[in-house]
Structures are given as structure tokens and as C-alpha cells.
Design a protein around this ligand. Structure first.
Ligand code: SF4
Length: 340
């Protein structure tokens, strides 16, 4: 395939879900496609792999070698043979990639790509909770710092949180830091005593049931697919509750449905539109990109990815002692399969 045909194909994919992208985030498809071609050449020259989360900008997703949820990205990071991992996601994800790949160079193109949920739990606050619940095993969502993971018995993602809790030999669990995910897991595993930490993702926690009901009234036949970081009343009316990659699979379980309300960050719609071009996907609050928007996940653009490869920035490293303990918690997590 010629270079120009490749650019045209990429441009078509970038433009495919243009209506789902907020106007101020739209890029010129041909220019973005040419930038991606250059990034691919740079990556090849450095034996680098580009990993991107499902919430990244559509053109960054198109640039990536692999796009997925936190669990998929961690697994992909562990098995890569590349020398350099350019992580298009947020800081804790790049940190996890670094922990799992001690010999590799992990780059995060923008150090401002943090995570408010991960920031809601610090080592000090976890130590306080552990002191209050000394008999409880600590299950920590991957959305957390390396130091917090190092203090945890096992990590989980939204893709395997229920299975992780079920896999533990103890019935006493301290689940950190997301309260919505923790409360949802507690409902699925009522036989265990689960104490839930009081953190939340502002992007999901801001979504209100009344907004989803209003959107559903406009699309009464729509299937509601929600991320478990959403509030309890939304999860109660959802037809499917799953991680971002789980949401993509969930659409396939509803072959008759034409319309889906998506209760998670808006950029997932790019993956959904790519996989299911004949279906309609609507943000669950009916608002394109103004509320279900994670500013951290939108901190990386193609220019920054290019700069990361050219200038070798910004390397993410982890204190070796924390890394060893955090690696143990992450590897235990990765040994547990997805919930479904
Ligand atoms: S969507 Fe929420 S949990 Fe995910 S990176 Fe953004 S702030 Fe963190």
C-alpha cells in the first residue's frame, strides 16, 4: 500500500466519528494522518511501541499500536519486546508500565496527564485506613500511585475487580480508592465484608441519574452501557456495567439494538464507532464532550507524541523498593482473568 493510500485511510478513520468529537477538539484529518505517518517512522527508528487508552483523542488512538483499557494496556506493556514504550494515557498507567518493565524506557508525552482519582489516595491516607482495618486485605484499583500500590495486597482494574475480590482467601476487604466501583463490587460479592474508601473519579461521578433518564427518554430503545466509576443510581439502570474494553465487547451482545447510551468518557465512542459503524452511540448525558470529559486524558496530542520520540521525554521512573512491592500487587492482579 502506498504512503498516500495509508494517509487517506487514516484520515478516513479519524473523520469517521467527527460528530461525536466536541468542535474544539476536532483536527484536520489529512494533517493528522500525515503527522501519524511521521510518528510511525520515528517509532520504528527507535524500536518504540505506542500504547493508548480508550479515552485518548481519536487521532492519538489512531497513532497507537495498541488501544485498550487499563488491564489490556498493562498486559500489552508486559509482553512488548520494544525498547521504548510511549504511553498515551495518564501518569499512573505509565508508572505501571515502568514497574512491569524494569529494563525499558517508558515515556509519558505530557507530565500534566495525572488522574484526580489516583490523587485521592496517598500513602499516608492508605496507612491511616490500614490502621483502622488491620485485618483487611487491601485491594487497590490500578488508578493509584506506585507508592499506594506498594502498600496494597493486590491491584485490580474495572475489568477484573469482582474476580480479584472473589479470588482472595480472606472475606475482609478494604477497597481503594474509587467508592463507586467499590460499592458496585460489594454488591456483586455480598458474601464478603468490603470497606470502601471515599475516593471518586470526577469525570464519572459528576454524571447524574436524572441526566441519563432524560437522554433515555429521547432514545427509549437505547441500551445503556455504564462504567462502574459511575454513581450507583446510574449503574442500577444500566443494561451493562463494564470497563472501557468491556463496553466495546458489550455492544456485540446486543445485535438487535441500534442505539447505545454510553456512560463514560466521550472518546471511547471513537473505538465504538470504528468497530460498529452502523450503530449510534450517544453520551449518556446527551452532551457531547462537555461533561463526560477527562482533562487528563486529553493532555496528550500528536505534537507531544512526536516530541516524546524526538526528544526522549518524559521518562517515568519508580523508586526500586516501591516498584518491587507494586510489581507484586500488579502481577497478582494480572493473574486474575477479566470478569466476563
Ligand atoms: S477518567 Fe477519571 S479515573 Fe480516568 S484518568 Fe480521568 S480522572 Fe482519572
Amino acid at each position: 500500500m502506498s504512503a498516500e493510500t495509508l494517509v487517506d485511510e487514516l484520515a478516513t478513520r479519524i473523520a469517521a466519528d467527527r460528530d461525536s468529537v466536541p468542535a474544539h477538539w476536532r483536527v484536520e484529518p489529512q494533517a493528522a494522518a500525515r503527522a501519524i505517518r511521521e510518528i510511525h517512522d520515528l517509532a520504528r527508528a527507535r524500536n518504540a511501541i505506542l500504547l493508548a487508552h480508550n479515552y485518548q483523542l481519536p487521532e492519538v488512538q489512531e497513532a497507537a499500536d495498541f488501544v485498550g483499557d487499563s488491564l489490556g494496556l498493562a498486559l500489552e506493556a508486559r509482553k512488548t519486546t520494544a525498547d521504548v514504550i510511549v504511553f498515551c494515557g495518564v501518569h499512573f498507567m505509565a508508572e505501571s508500565a515502568s514497574i512491569l518493565n524494569p529494563g525499558k524506557r517508558v515515556l509519558l508525552p505530557n507530565l500534566s496527564a495525572g488522574c484526580a482519582l489516583a490523587d485521592s489516595i496517598t500513602p499516608e491516607s492508605l496507612l491511616q485506613w490500614k490502621a483502622r482495618y488491620p485485618d483487611h486485605a487491601v485491594v487497590t484499583y490500578i488508578n493509584s500511585s506506585a507508592e499506594v500500590k506498594a502498600l496494597s495486597d493486590i491491584c485490580c482494574t474495572s475489568a477484573n475487580a469482582v474476580s480479584v475480590v472473589r479470588s482472595l482467601p480472606t472475606d475482609k476487604i478494604l477497597f481503594t480508592p474509587d467508592r463507586n466501583l467499590g460499592n458496585w463490587v460489594a454488591k456483586q460479592v455480598p458474601e464478603k465484608e468490603i470497606v470502601v474508601y471515599d475516593g471518586a473519579c470526577p469525570t464519572h461521578d459528576v454524571l447524574r441519574g436524572a441526566s441519563v433518564e432524560k437522554t433515555r427518554a429521547e432514545h427509549p430503545d437505547a441500551v445503556i452501557i455504564a462504567h462502574p466509576e459511575c454513581r450507583e443510581d446510574i449503574l442500577a439502570i444500566a443494561d451493562e456495567v463494564c470497563s472501557t474494553s468491556g463496553m466495546i465487547a458489550a455492544v456485540g451482545r446486543h445485535p438487535e439494538a441500534r442505539t447505545f447510551l454510553i456512560a463514560t468518557e466521550w472518546a471511547l465512542i471513537h473505538q465504538l464507532k470504528t468497530r460498529y459503524p452502523d450503530r449510534t452511540f450517544i453520551p449518556a448525558d446527551g452532551c457531547i464532550g462537555c461533561r463526560l470529559h477527562c482533562p487528563y486524558m486529553k493532555a496528550i496530542d500528536l505534537g507531544m507524541v512526536r516530541r516524546a520520540l524526538v526528544e526522549d521525554v518524559f521518562e517515568i521512573t519508580v523508586d526500586p523498593e516501591d516498584a518491587a512491592l507494586a510489581r507484586r500487587a500488579l502481577e497478582r492482579m494480572m493473574a486474575v482473568p477479566r470478569d466476563r
